[in-house]
Design a protein around this ligand. Structure first.
Ligand code: ITT
Length: 199
């Protein structure tokens, strides 16, 4: 069985990668290494933070590591929360407190649905080198009331274009087909199958 290290402490992301990879892979994330300090996400873009996380883990583990930096951009908020999606509500932020802040910000505006997209940038690093970077996005709208209990993060507020349900209401298989992460991951897999290398 092939082993893949995902440089994340977000078990929801790992679960989605595990589902997208299918059987045949042993997927390990950083929750298995609680002593490992978190990478400092000081980048101004998803690309920079994805590379920071991949290199931070690759310095500590042999072989390849895959990192995911992702977030939500709401047009009416000038692209916020963007790269600070995980920390939108400040110190001690949780998914619930971040959603609450987003709803508060949107209630200050006119309208009841707001164009938005999720973005994901994946990086693979080995040692001190980033071997590749792949991006994916999914367009949709944000509604300012929570719907559904699946997924994580902003999923209960996000309806992807072409659907009438939020990512938290849609089955996981649907999210894992349409999502920003699925799209970035498909690009990564295409690269993987073209390059004569293995993890
Ligand atoms: P790691 O850095 O350990 O990977 P993290 O959750 O802090 O975990 P990010 O810095 O990439 O990861 O922040 C991503 C945030 O964007 C995440 O906490 C969610 O709030 C949001 N997000 C990303 N992908 C999402 C998705 O598929 N569904 C809902 N929200 C998502």
């Amino acid at each position: 069985m092939q082993r893949i290290i995902i440089a994340t402490k977000n078990a929801h992301k790992t679960g989605e990668f595990r589902a997208m990879l299918g059987s045949g892979y042993e997927v390990v994330d950083l929750t298995a290494f609680p002593e490992l300090p978190a990478a400092e996400e000081t980048g101004a873009t998803f690309e920079e933070n994805s590379a920071i996380k991949a290199l931070h883990a690759a310095a500590r583990f042999p072989g390849w590591v895959l990192a995911d930096d992702s977030g939500l951009e709401v047009d009416a908020l000038g692209g916020a929360p963007g790269v600070i999606s995980a920390r939108y509500s400040g110190e001690g932020a949780t998914d619930a407190s971040n959603r609450e802040r987003l709803i508060d910000e949107l209630r200050k505006l006119e309208g009841d649905s707001f164009s938005a997209r999720f973005r994901c940038v994946l990086s693979v690093a080995e040692g001190d080198r980033v071997l590749g970077t792949w991006s994916g996005a999914v367009e949709g709208v944000i509604v300012p009331q929570e719907r559904g209990s699946g997924g994580f993060g902003y999923d209960p507020l996000f309806i992807p274009n072409g659907e009438s349900a939020t990512f938290a209401e849609l089955p996981g298989e649907v999210k894992n087909r349409l999502s920003h992460r699925a799209r970035a991951f498909a690009a990564f897999r295409e690269w993987l199958s073209a390059c004569e290398c293995s993890t």
